[in-house]
Design a protein around this ligand. Structure first.
Ligand SMILES: [Zn+2]
Length: 179
């Protein structure tokens, strides 16, 4: 049973909107949408413009190091996809949320090649390395990376927000800043 929150101010710093009573989220609807999509209400997404240079850098890396273990990275992704396909096809109702998560990975795999996934993922890590302050937590970084992958593959609408199945992330994690 998910925790319910009392009515009051949105708990996101700098936000003065109100939260209705008995809410599933400690945040107002706008901040909840950001929390679900980007892993934290304070987190801003990685823009397409921001990805251009890092993607070019990855392309240069590939060119300069053709014999590096690129295929191993692609194979890691393929293994993950195979595992997610199993979960996705499972009829076990206890793992409904895992199955939804697995579906997201399967959708990405259907829309991009493994090499493309490696390139875009590597580019996200370059964004992070270039500007570590850019992400408020590790989870925010992962959520942004997932958002980038889904957008890059154009696998449907990027995250439906506000559906009845969607709950925000557990509140305690909001305290944790990136080290
Ligand atoms: Zn808010």
């Amino acid at each position: 049973m998910a925790h319910r929150y009392q009515a009051g101010m949105c708990r996101a710093r700098g936000c003065s909107r109100t939260v209705r009573s008995n809410a599933y989220s400690p945040f107002c609807s706008s901040c909840t949408a950001l929390d679900i999509r980007y892993g934290d209400p304070r987190q801003r997404r990685i823009t397409q413009l921001e990805m251009k240079r890092p993607l070019r850098a990855v392309a240069r890396l590939r060119k300069r190091n053709p014999h590096a273990d690129w295929h191993l990275m692609a194979e890691n992704w393929n293994q993950l996809v195979r595992r997610c396909q199993e979960i996705s096809n499972s009829r076990d109702t206890d793992i409904r949320y895992r199955r939804q998560a697995a579906n997201v990975i399967v959708q990405i795999a259907e829309s991009m090649s493994a090499d493309e996934v490696v390139d875009w993922t590597a580019a996200c890590y370059i964004v992070e390395e270039t500007n570590p302050q850019r992400f408020v937590s590790d989870r925010a970084f992962w959520c942004c990376m997932l958002h980038v992958l889904r957008r890059a593959g154009k696998s449907g609408r990027v995250f439906h927000v506000g559906g009845k199945d969607q709950l925000p992330h557990p509140p305690q994690a909001h305290e944790g800043h990136r080290l």
